[in-house]
Design a protein around this ligand. Structure first.
Ligand code: ZN
Ligand code: ZN
Length: 306
């Protein structure tokens, strides 16, 4: 019998992606000195108010590499230490505009500490120490940015929700035939869900505003084109599109992506992904671009639902 070497037994050399989560609290203010008070207020809304406001940030660091002889990509206590030294100790309880020179707006090269600008700078500062493959930064549970090391390209996701009723049934089929396909979801009077909607856009981080697009404009588009028309409706009865198209989570996600794709281009970004969660047990995702963010880093998808 061939004896397995100690190294092989512990998986040395095999590849793996590992993830580490870290937290910090920090404040910031969106205020460009070259703009008037009125222009700052109209461009950045309440984010421009003095002296600023704060967030409890959550950072997800994904690292890739071959296992060492101890069965680890990296020793997690080292990973923790690098994240602490290079990032969280420097930012926790700080004013971001002053914490790092990258966000010093009195300098030409300074930019606003938006979620997407911040996650990119974190990448640049952490990369010399760790084999990062993806970073996600949550500003709060309904707004986060992903950065995959691709120059000024970043992904921003906003999460929102709506409530709607529907019935899964094809008009051309009998009740019995519909129940055979859709089960309880075909019951004649329908049922409802609190839908959770994630809209992910991709774009180039602006070197001064730090934004891939105007977030307030994006939120307005999602509200006007999706939430307001769909919220508190019976989809089959109130939305003409679903009179003849069965409103499964998949079809609702496709409908939403059709409504948003072109308008999002007008604000300078690209719609990358729609994720519609119908219940805690099922969700549908529509990707409008390649490569898909979750195939670039599967690990982010797993974290997302925890
Ligand atoms: Zn903020
Ligand atoms: Zn349903």
């Amino acid at each position: 019998m061939t004896e397995i070497s100690s190294k092989a037994r512990h998986g040395q050399g095999r590849n793996c992606v590992i993830t580490r989560r870290a937290y910090f609290s920090a404040s910031h203010r969106y205020w460009l000195p070259e703009l008037s008070a009125d222009d700052n207020a109209s461009q950045f809304g309440p984010c421009s108010l003095s002296p600023g406001h704060g967030h409890n940030y959550e950072l997800i660091v994904s690292l890739s590499g071959g296992l060492d002889s101890n069965g680890m990509v990296l020793n997690l206590s080292d990973v923790k230490q690098y994240i602490r030294n290079e990032i969280t100790d420097q930012l926790d309880f700080r004013f971001l505009n002053e914490a790092w020179p990258e966000f010093d707006l009195t300098k030409d090269k300074g930019c606003l500490a938006t979620t997407e600008a911040l996650v990119r700078i974190i990448w640049i500062r952490l990369k010399p120490y760790l084999p990062i493959v993806a970073l996600r930064l949550y500003e709060h549970p309904r707004l986060w940015a992903d950065y995959l090391g691709n120059a000024m390209d970043a992904y921003v996701t906003i999460r929102t929700h709506f409530a709607a009723a529907h019935r899964l049934a094809k008009t051309e089929l009998s009740q019995k035939e519909n129940e055979a396909i859709y089960g309880k979801c075909a019951r004649p009077n329908g049922h409802g869900h609190n839908y959770l909607l994630d809209v992910t856009v991709r774009g180039t981080i602006h070197e001064r505003t730090g934004m891939v697009c105007d977030l307030l404009a994006l939120q307005r588009l999602v509200d006007d084109l999706v939430i307001e028309p769909l919220d508190h409706t019976h989809l089959n009865k109130d939305i003409p599109y679903f009179t003849n198209c069965v409103p499964t989570a998949e079809n609702i996600a496709l409908y939403i992506s059709d409504r948003l794709a072109n308008p999002i281009k007008t604000i300078g970004a690209s719609l990358h992904k729609i994720r519609l969660q119908e219940s805690p047990n099922n969700a549908a995702e529509v990707y409008l671009e390649q490569p898909q963010i979750n195939t670039t880093s599967e690990i982010l998808a797993a974290i997302e639902t925890t």
